[in-house]
Design a binder for this molecule. Sequence first.
Ligand code: AHG
Ligand code: MN
Ligand code: MN
Length: 335
Amino acid sequence: MVGHKISLTQYLVEKDREAGSVPSELRLLLEVIARACKRISYAVGKGALAGVLGEAGTENVQGESQKKLDVIANETLLEANLWGGNLAAMASEEMDDPFPIPHRYPKGGFLLLFDPLDGSSNIDVNVSIGTIFSVLRCPDNASGVGHEAFLQPGSAQVAAGYAVYGPSTLLVLTVGAGVACFTLDRETGSWWLTEDGMKIPEDTKEYAINASNARHWETPVQQYVSELQAGKTGPRGKDFNMRWVASMVADVHRIMTRGGIFMYPRDHREPDKPGKLRLMYEANPMSFLVEQAGGAATNGLGRIMDVQPSKLHERVAVFLGSRNEVERVTAMHKA
Ligand code: AHG
Ligand code: MN
Ligand code: MN
């Protein structure tokens, strides 16, 4: 990069001057999260040399077997955010219950939720993985900061972001005033702004879905995808390409960069489970970023960020990315 480089701190200070959306307590919190992601990135980068690959031998609350890196990333984020005085509590994919800040540290005004390591099935095969996070305000009347304090719709988020541990380590962030992308200089350990005002094109010729589940999808999704697959000679009159990394961060980052639609619909296998992805620390933060970049995010019926959560580890169907495609598949659900 040539010319003056903008650090994460400078970006956040200037965003606050411009939009008033980053009080110093929030900036310090985001800097700590970025520092934790840097540590996770180094662990990911060392891989087998640091003995971080493979199974942890334990299960999380969702009944998924944990990889060593799921546990390491979770502990890294917890430890980094423990003492700063910016948080009242944290919640994670890897922990059954919220983790209140211990009494020996000052209690702050924010709540942090995270998917410490997204794309766990890709860890051992050296494919991009990441971290997803969401920041909420702690309600003033929250006593003891349990589950209820976290049960706020995505529209209440004050910040959200993800880190991608790929060929480069990136941090993509919103404080509700556009989306910025920072690249980690792995030699100096600094995050530098490498793209500001990320925008998702409204139209796309690329879709992402785990097509092995096709037989379980609901009719509108089957119909929508078959129209895409019909290509030039079908009702859409153009060819579409398909990509599925199986790390939401990597699939969403591709969409943030060049457009596309990402889908993880609910299906008939487990009718009680509305989809696979988790609302509070996967779908909501990604929806906030995507909307801030001009895209759309729905659960097939309505805006994801309007869903009132009823439990911390709630699941939701996800359709997000290029606005015109998301609106199209959503309309097909209503038809
Ligand atoms: P996690 O590794 O945090 O459990 O999340 C995995 C998620 C998401 O990243 C990805 O889009 C999806 O699961 C992949 O699911 P399939 O294995 O069903 O394709
Ligand atoms: Mn995940
Ligand atoms: Mn995860």
